[in-house]
Design a protein around this ligand. Structure first.
Ligand code: FAD
Ligand code: SF4
Length: 342
């Protein structure tokens, strides 16, 4: 089509969108602020629901962006963009400028900073870790405490930084329940002698095969699910984590000693996306993610003509949903140029 599209963000959404755009005949620049493409996919070891290795999806995406129509610019942070009569001009942090006829924003999400929930002791107690830290341990093939021993009693706290008025995040991050279930199974696989507890407010397993995984965790792996809110984590003199919980099913307070606690940090609008939103006037919602023109039938279209959204920059999504969303963004880009020609 002799048009140049800049895709901002080289995660799952950006890579899928860039690949599809190149296939449709556009010249594409895929711009990623980190040294490598892949986004959060690089942080996960095995994926729910089927526990396939994340490297399979990474290979699929790398292959997708190997077209000669795609220029990949890594280590390049897009900070500003504005429209002019010829299209758009984007500025990078180091002052380089890029021209575009249309833009796909695929700036993704950031994990909630768990240290903001001081009562859980992340950054204070070494054996309080996040779901991302646990994935790094899975990839190394060893789950260890700070003293090098294997943990025997492991807990998972759900809803860290999501559905939480105190931190200003009312929404559900949608994927942390199923991630906790997948990780609980993996811990039991690695450490068959261990006991695993998930502390949840509600189990939200609304995806294909999620409920089956939840059942498997209970029936085949003996994971204990306790409906209750963790109010405080502290450390005892013998290095155990002392966890206070309000058991909302039994209606009484509980206290349990654990070796390791995993915080299921939620998803937030990325800093890279927020900066672009502030500077361009792209609309964001109450949840601070980009707000598309219509959630039902214009979910990729922004309030600025020629700028489109792909992936989790608009809401929490799993990989399947992210890839579908990126594909529909490409179809909106094609419609945009077809309509402007008509
Ligand atoms: C704990 C956890 C576990 C998960 N596990 C699974 C799983 O097992 N299975 C599954 O289906 N889904 C899983 N997901 C969801 C999955 O991570 C997302 O669906 C996927 O990463 C979304 O891709 P994305 O491209 O939208 O965002 P991201 O992966 O966040 O990619 C966005 C990219 O944009 C870049 N960027 C941001 N701003 C700028 C800028 N201004 N300039 C240049 N580059 C920029 C970032 O550096 C990043 O590389 C999990 C999510 C969480 C929170
Ligand atoms: S998916 Fe589960 S853990 Fe995550 S915010 Fe929603 S209810 Fe909480």
């Amino acid at each position: 089509m002799n048009k140049h599209i800049v895709v901002i963000g080289g995660g799952t959404a950006g890579m899928e969108a860039a690949g599809q755009l190149a296939q449709a005949g556009f010249a594409v620049s895929l711009v990623e602020k980190e040294k490598e493409t892949g986004g959060h996919l690089n942080d996960w070891y095995k994926l729910f629901p089927d526990r396939r290795n994340s490297s399979e999806v990474r290979d699929y995406l790398k292959n997708k962006v190997s077209s000669k129509n795609i220029e990949i610019l890594t280590g390049t942070y897009i900070e500003k963009l504005h429209s002019n009569k010829d299209g758009f001009l984007l500025s990078t942090r180091d002052g380089t400028e890029l021209k575009a006829d249309a833009i796909v924003v695929a700036t993704g999400f950031d994990l909630f900073k768990s240290s903001r929930k001081e009562e859980y002791g992340y950054g204070i107690y070494d054996n309080v870790i996040t779901s991302k830290d646990l994935e790094a341990m899975f990839s190394k093939g060893e789950i260890t405490l700070n003293n090098g021993n294997s943990p025997k009693m492991i807990g998972f706290v759900h809803c860290v930084g999501s559905r939480d008025e105190k931190v200003g995040n009312f929404y559900c991050s949608k994927l942390c329940c199923v991630t906790a279930v997948k990780q609980a199974i993996e811990v039991r696989e690695h450490l068959p002698e261990s006991r695993v507890f998930c502390f949840y407010m509600d189990m939200r397993m609304g995806g294909a095969h999620y409920e089956e995984l939840y059942r498997e965790a209970q029936e085949a792996w003996g994971v204990n699910f306790i409906r209750g809110k963790v109010s405080e984590i502290s450390e005892s003199i013998n290095n155990k984590l002392v966890v206070k919980i309000e058991d909302t099913l039994a209606g009484r307070p509980l206290k349990i000693e654990l070796d390791m606690m995993v915080l299921m940090a939620g998803m937030e609008m990325s800093e890279g996306g927020s900066k672009i939103a502030e500077q361009t006037g792209l609309k964001t919602g109450e949840n601070r993610f980009f707000s598309p023109e219509d959630h039902h039938y214009a979910n990729n279209i922004s309030n600025i003509k020629g700028i489109f959204y792909a992936g989790t920059c608009t809401a929490p999504m799993n990989i399947t949903e992210t890839i579908s969303h990126a594909r529909s963004a490409v179809s909106e880009v094609i419609n945009y140029f077809n309509n402007s020609r008509a």
